[in-house]
Ligand binder design. Structure first.
Ligand SMILES: [Zn+2]
Length: 310
């Protein structure tokens, strides 16, 4: 059994075993397989479209709870100078500090927090979101949100920027998604992509406990060369590429590793704000030289790439 590579069709081999959902606690055990030819990596077994829909509804979905004190405080934080400082120190994995102009589409915009920031930074922002509750919450902020699969999306006018912030790794066919992104962009338009780096130092250290395997929701796992080759093959020129290590991701992987024997505790503790904040402070305050070293050597935990449509 070779489970052909989703990028190139070559055989794959198992590189990580006994991977479980240490983010939401959904049942099942998975493996990560790597292509023997192109370096692409993928989750195995992969749920089919029907099973994935059920998994997202049961375990993943945004539930429509917005009007709590917590949500209001988070909203204030996102528009505060502290958040700007955090983006500068910790890395901007969702392009929240990028200024510019023109039409921007946030693919997988969720409840639209990013849309508010892109609008503040000068863009005419719209969203694409399949979850009805999340799309409604984003519309309540005053944005146009299209509730469509990208393959069915025919915008009135092409976009200057398409944002794929931690989205492409969820695609069952990432090449097809990149093709559709190209279709909805203007000539010279840009795609901004962030996603976990399967070659990161943290992935190596945490092994099966790395939170960004995020099975079964992450279908494909990228390295920088694999992502750049995909973009170049599909008519993009990569204009910027780097890796950053969000302190939050470090904190979550540490929790997943330390409590690995008790998955209920892992899922619960990743939502315990004081513990997570303490670990983030430790990562950022004490281990920052290590994180910096990982980032400059391309082994940061999140790849951040910009590419221009040829
Ligand atoms: Zn391959």
């Amino acid at each position: 059994m070779s489970d052909p590579c989703l990028f190139c069709g070559a055989p794959t081999r198992e590189i990580v075993t006994r991977v479980v959902d240490n983010r939401f606690g959904s049942p099942g055990e998975y493996a990560i397989r790597a292509c023997i030819s192109c370096g692409g990596r993928q989750t195995f077994p992969r749920p089919d479209a029907e099973a994935l829909k059920g998994l997202y509804e049961r375990w993943y979905n945004y539930g429509g709870k917005t009007d709590s004190g917590y949500a209001a405080a988070r909203e204030r934080f996102l528009f505060s100078p502290f958040y700007r400082l955090m983006l500068a120190l910790d890395g901007d994995v969702s392009f929240h500090a990028a200024k510019g102009a023109g039409r921007l589409i946030d693919i997988g915009c969720n409840e639209g927090r990013g849309l508010s920031l892109y609008a503040r930074n000068g863009f005419a922002a719209e969203g694409l979101e399949l979850n009805t509750h999340a799309a409604a919450a984003a519309r309540a902020r005053g944005f146009v949100v299209h509730e469509k699969l990208i393959e069915d999306f025919r915008p009135e006018a092409p976009f200057d920027v398409a944002v794929l912030s931690n989205v492409l790794e969820h695609a069952s066919d990432p090449r097809e998604m990149v093709r559709h992104v190209r279709r909805i962009l203007k000539p010279g338009g840009q795609v901004w992509i962030s996603l976990p780096n399967a070659d990161s130092a943290l992935a190596g250290l945490a092994g099966a406990d790395w939170i960004n395997w995020h099975v079964p929701f992450h279908i494909v796992h990228f390295t920088l060369p694999r992502l750049m080759r995909l973009l170049e093959q599909e008519g993009f020129e990569v204009t910027a590429a780097g890796a950053v290590t969000p302190a939050l991701w470090v904190a979550q992987s540490v929790i997943a590793r330390l409590w690995r024997a008790n998955m209920d505790a892992v899922v619960r503790l990743q939502r315990k704000a004081p513990l997570v904040a303490g670990l983030m402070a430790l990562a950022r305050g004490v281990f920052f030289p290590l994180l910096w070293f990982w980032n400059v050597t391309g082994r940061g935990d999140c790849l951040v790439v910009r590419a221009r449509k040829n």
